[in-house]
Design a protein around this ligand. Sequence first.
Ligand code: GRF
Length: 205
Amino acid sequence: MSATGNHSNRKQRLAILLSGRGSNMVALVQAVQHGVLQNLAEVAVVFSNKPDAPGLETAAALGCPTASLSSQGRKRAEFDAEVVEVLQQYQPDYVILAGYMRILSPTFIRAFAGRILNIHPADTHQHQGLHAYEWAFENRLPETKITVHLVDEGLDTGPILAQHPVDLRGADTLAEVERRGLAVEHMLYADTLVALVTKDRKKTH
Ligand code: GRF
């Protein structure tokens, strides 16, 4: 956590973690640079456990500081302890998981307790873990609910901060399900952060 505390009126520092293409990261960076988060937050670092993740290059092209540490072949707790050290150098107020394909160890969760967010492409009460869009598509669900939640030590079990429905009627392909879902993800993640940062700030006033 930042040495100056979480609730001041300065911009809140985001560490965004990804393992892949990073479309949620892009949406958040755009919200910080010229959207709903511009007066509220700044990107402290974009971090990946995969040094060759396409999202890292995209983040650098957008002007964000980047860092990576390969998780390949590493023991979870040891790796996470190193990631915590790396992230702490950037003094994040919030750790934002954006397609970060790792289950976090207690070491990690405790280092940033109550300040880690995740986005999940389904209602976390109905579906946890990977392949949520496939699940919605294969079951021909008329709707899925994008969920932003705080991360605790379980798999997609943390308190829900926000949910938004996605109408899946008439979505004939998995690609179409994902396209509709991601459009909602990109809007909901930034909006949820606006609400959270605003609420956390009020706690000191
Ligand atoms: C998103 O669907 C997100 O909900 C899930 O992983 C995917 C990441 O996509 N946790 P992207 O890398 O942000 O494009």
